[in-house]
Write a protein that binds this ligand. Structure first.
Ligand SMILES: [Fe+2]
Ligand SMILES: [Fe+2]
Length: 203
C-alpha cells in the first residue's frame, strides 16, 4: 500500500501524501464524503465553463475543456445516483477551505496568459490530489460498487490532469510552466498540512 501510494505521488508530482488516517475516516462517513464529492464535481464543471467563457479565442482550450465539462457533469450525476441508491440526498454545500486557499495563490498581476496558466495549473493540481484520494478510496473501501466507482474516477481525473498541463504548456513556455508548477506544488503541500482531516471533506 505504502509503495503504491508513493508511486502515485511520483506520477502526480504531489509533494505531500495524504495522511493515511483520512481514508479510514472517509470510509466511515461515506454519506458526507459523497455530498462533498458531488460538489467537487460540480465545481470542476463550473471551473471549466468559466475558462471557456473567459478565453473563447483559445480554440484548443475551448475544445478540450468542453469535453471535460461533459465528463465532470457525468461524474456529478453518478455521485448523485450513488447518494440516492443509499437513501441520501445531496444536502447543502460546505465551505471548501482547500480550494479557497488555492484560489488565493492565483497570480493577480502578470499577463492574460500568465493568469490563464495559473488557473490551468490550479485545476491540474486539484485533479492530481483528487486522483490520489480516489486511489486511496478504491484500494481501501469495502463496498465493491463504490470501490469500482472510485477506480473509474481515478482514471478519468488523471486524464484531466494531463489535459490541464498540456493546455498550460500551450500558452506559456515550458520553463515558465515548470517553474510555476513547482511553486504550486509547494503551496498545495503547505495548504494541505494546515488543514485538519475532516470526516466530511474530499480534501
Ligand atoms: Fe470529476
Ligand atoms: Fe476532473
Amino acid at each position: 500500500m505504502k509503495e503504491e501510494t508513493s508511486t502515485a505521488d511520483k506520477m502526480l508530482h504531489l509533494k505531500l501524501p495524504t495522511d493515511p488516517r483520512w481514508v479510514d475516516i472517509a470510509s466511515m462517513h461515506i454519506k458526507d464524503i459523497l455530498v462533498d464529492h458531488a460538489y467537487c464535481e460540480q465545481k470542476a464543471a463550473s471551473s471549466c465553463i468559466s475558462l471557456i467563457v473567459g478565453f473563447p479565442e483559445k480554440t484548443e482550450l475551448v475544445d478540450m475543456l468542453t469535453a471535460v465539462v461533459a465528463e465532470e457533469w457525468g461524474h456529478f450525476e453518478r455521485v448523485l445516483e450513488m447518494l440516492k441508491k443509499r437513501g441520501y440526498s445531496l444536502g447543502p454545500q460546505r465551505k471548501d477551505e482547500y480550494v479557497l486557499a488555492l484560489v488565493a495563490f492565483v497570480i493577480k498581476g502578470g499577463s492574460r496568459d500568465q493568469r490563464l496558466v495559473d488557473q490551468l495549473l490550479m485545476n491540474a493540481l486539484i485533479e492530481a490530489r483528487s486522483c490520489e484520494r480516489f486511489k486511496l478510496l478504491w484500494k481501501n473501501i469495502q463496498d465493491e460498487e463504490l470501490s469500482k466507482f472510485y477506480y473509474e474516477l481515478m482514471v478519468s481525473e488523471a486524464a484531466h490532469y494531463v489535459n490541464f498541463i498540456t493546455l498550460a504548456k500551450l500558452y506559456m513556455p515550458d520553463d515558465y510552466v515548470k517553474r510555476r508548477w513547482q511553486e504550486w506544488l509547494e503551496e498545495e503541500a503547505r495548504i494541505l498540512k494546515q488543514l485538519e482531516i475532516r470526516k466530511d471533506r474530499m480534501h
